[in-house]
Write a protein that binds this ligand. Structure first.
Ligand SMILES: [Zn+2]
Length: 154
């Protein structure tokens, strides 16, 4: 890919991909999905959720998190899509999030377009990426790590 290829993604808030989280199954290590319920007035991390393993069928429920309790959106499991590089690792919450990161990071010239409904109130996903992940000199290594995660974990 040439250094001047351009990538453009919509600016999205961090919770954009937060309704479906991939983790390793606590029973078999296979791909498990945490389905997040309607958050209502509360942050999405506090909503009730159900873990379902696609490999062994294990199901676990977690009720909505009471106010004041520290939130663990991944129900104590490690995120499944974790792209490791020499500089650190990038976590994607699900397949769409991984695609989004890959699409953005693949371009030599990268742009975010504001969301149609008036933009992102909080810092966007892209703005929260670590500097090493966005550094041009690390691009090939980061994209390789993303490709490895896709191959081994999806
Ligand atoms: Zn399982």
């Amino acid at each position: 890919m040439s250094q001047t290829s351009r990538s453009r993604v919509a600016a999205l808030p961090p919770e954009a991909f937060g309704r479906r989280l991939l983790v390793d199954c606590p029973a078999c290590g296979g791909k498990a999905v945490i389905h997040v319920g309607e958050p209502g007035e509360r942050p999405v991390d506090a909503a009730a959720r159900r873990l379902v393993c696609e490999a062994c069928g294990l199901t676990r429920d977690q009720p909505a998190t009471p106010m004041g309790v520290i939130l663990d959106p991944f129900m104590g499991r490690a995120p499944r899509l974790c792209a490791e590089t020499r500089h650190g690792f990038l976590v994607a919450w699900n397949e769409d999030h991984l695609d989004y990161l890959e699409r953005y990071l693949a371009g030599g010239l990268r742009e975010e377009t504001p969301a149609p409904e008036g933009g992102v109130r909080n810092a966007s996903i892209v703005s929260r990426l670590p500097a090493w992940a966005k550094a041009a000199k690390n691009r090939d290594e980061v994209l390789k790590a993303i490709a490895r995660v896709r191959r081994e974990k999806l």
